[in-house]
Design a binder for this molecule. Structure first.
Ligand SMILES: C[S@@+](CC[C@H](N)C(=O)[O-])C[C@H]1O[C@@H](n2cnc3c(N)ncnc32)[C@H](O)[C@@H]1O
Length: 491
């Protein structure tokens, strides 16, 4: 699950690189190949994206390759590696501009992995040996810069060759790196802009799952949305219009403030004052489904890092926030502190916890595969497996079953996950209602979610998709994939 409270700065790497060198040179008179600068400012680049010259350009590419090896081979989540304070030392030691470049390269490789693999398959004449993963990742790092980032081809190629030369696993393949990347640059027209790009960039099992659940056109639209790095969504504590004016964002119909570009969160106006927190527009919806919570004792289960706890507390609820992870609860406490909000925090396992008294309302944001957050976390597509979905689905069912008895008669229970997989959403409803006839499903009304009728299903559950319109014509579309169902305990 993404951290809805703090978002790292980064670069929007989803836009495709210029279609042709000639056209690009015309648009940007300053884009002459320059051996000193290895990233040229593109339409979405800013100064923070331009790394230092020389060996520092080398360090960012080496770090990007090493991070990608850890993600793709050792299955380490990207957030753990890219943290400015706790990430891998090579990353932390870079300056802000180089870190931005690393993020851009890693993001481009993960979002366009299928296209890059296809480009390599086309341009590598002989099959690489099975143990050539380091070489393949190095080639993807180079190819991503050529095809998807505003890096001059000559810089992408020459730095890749130098990186290859400095690694004993790739040293002997310097010539191949040079030849393959040059060919990719020459054949960019054939390699970029493929009509099957979205399909190629999505693991088969995920595409099959979305096709079965939503149909092939919607599955393609979801996969297409994943190619773009989303902007920044803020949940305002009080006055959305004032926050939007201060940060130069747009207020969505749901009340979220959207900025077109990801920015350094702690430098935005209102951060220190606690006027808002970072939370995707879709993630802000489930807590709303509890209705008017002012004065109610609400349990926020699986609460950290606290995006929904903050919403409930800001709405006047007396919140008990429970999470298994003490570390994540510490972050929740820091976040509430900045926001000037409070809640009772308990580090506990929902499957073992015994509340002293039932709650007026419960929000259960259960642990899930997080496939609804691939836009913001492109590594999720490559880290999660169908087995994870099955295991998490079983855990979610257990949690739902356990917490049912904690709701007072007449009270609401909202269950949600940030997964696109029906096993982690829709599939829970029938078994839960069968096992707990004291509950009924209370349909969500479009008016409760900013008038977004398209995110309310026929049975009255909430289902947002990455390709969904966020409800305001003058803001970028899209939102994370979320599922939520609202139950009421009768009598
Ligand atoms: C989807 S995230 C929660 C996001 C949070 N609700 C928010 O809006 O910021 C899931 C959380 O479940 C917690 N968790 C996982 N298993 C748990 C368990 N058995 N009991 C309590 N919390 C658990 C994890 O530590 C994680 O913080």
């Amino acid at each position: 699950m993404s951290d809805p409270v703090e978002q790292k700065p980064g670069r929007r790497e989803g836009s495709r690189k210029r279609p042709a060198k000639g056209a690009d040179a015309q648009q940007r008179p300053d884009s002459r190949p320059d051996s000193r600068a290895d990233v040229r400012p593109g339409p979405r680049a800013d100064k923070a994206d331009m790394p230092r010259r020389g060996r520092e350009g080398l360090a960012s590419r080496k770090t990007a390759a090493s991070i990608l090896e850890r993600v793709l081979e050792k299955r380490v989540p990207l957030d753990a590696l890219l943290d400015e304070h706790h990430g891998i030392p090579h990353f932390r030691d870079l300056d802000a501009r180089d870190r931005a470049l690393v993020r851009a390269i890693v993001g481009a490789v993960l979002r366009h992995r299928g296209e890059l693999e296809a480009a390599l398959d086309r341009c590598i004449e002989h099959k690489l040996p099975a143990n050539a993963e380091a070489l393949r990742i190095l080639l993807m790092v180079g190819a991503a810069q050529i095809l998807f980032l505003d890096v001059p081809d000559h810089a992408a190629v020459s730095i890749a060759v130098t990186v290859a030369a400095e690694n004993r696993r790739t040293r002997d393949a310097r010539g191949l790196v040079n030849g393959v990347l040059r060919r990719i640059a020459r054949e960019r027209e054939l390699l970029a802009g493929r009509t099957d790009a979205a399909r190629l960039n999505t693991p088969d099992w995920l595409f099959a799952s979305w096709t079965e659940a939503y149909g092939e056109d919607t599955a393609t639209a979801i996969a297409t949305a994943h190619a773009q790095q989303p902007g920044l969504d803020l949940t305002p504590k009080r006055d959305a219009e004032a926050v939007a004016a201060a940060v130069e964002g747009v207020v969505l119909s749901t009340g979220t403030v959207r900025l077109a570009e990801t920015r350094r969160v702690s430098l935005l106006p209102g951060f220190a004052e606690g006027d808002w927190w970072v939370q995707d527009a879709a993630a802000a919806l489930p807590a709303r489904l509890l209705g008017d919570v002012a004065g109610l004792h609400v349990a926020d289960l699986c609460a950290a890092p606290g995006g929904k706890t903050a919403e409930l507390a800001a709405a006047g609820a007396d919140v008990t926030a429970i999470d298994l992870s003490e570390n994540r609860l510490k972050r929740l406490a820091q976040n509430l502190d900045r926001l000037g909000l409070s809640a009772t925090l308990k580090a506990a396992d929902v499957l073992a916890y015994e509340p002293e008294a039932p709650f007026d309302a419960i929000l259960l944001d259960a642990p899930c595969s997080a496939t609804g957050t691939i836009r913001r976390h492109p590594d999720v597509a490559w880290l999660k497996t169908p087995e994870d979905v099955a295991t998490l689905s079983a855990l979610q069912a257990k949690m739902l079953d356990r917490v049912a008895g904690w709701v007072k008669p007449g009270g609401r229970l909202v269950f949600c996950t940030c997964s696109l997989e029906p096993q982690e959403g829709e599939a829970h409803i029938e078994p839960f209602l069968r096992a707990h006839p004291e509950f009924r499903l209370e349909p969500v009304l479009p008016a409760e979610v900013g008038g977004l009728a398209h995110v309310v299903t026929g049975s009255g559950t909430l289902r947002t998709l990455p390709c969904h319109d966020a409800g305001t014509a003058n803001a970028e579309p899209g939102m994370d994939g979320f599922f939520a169902a609202r139950f009421v305990r009768q009598g």
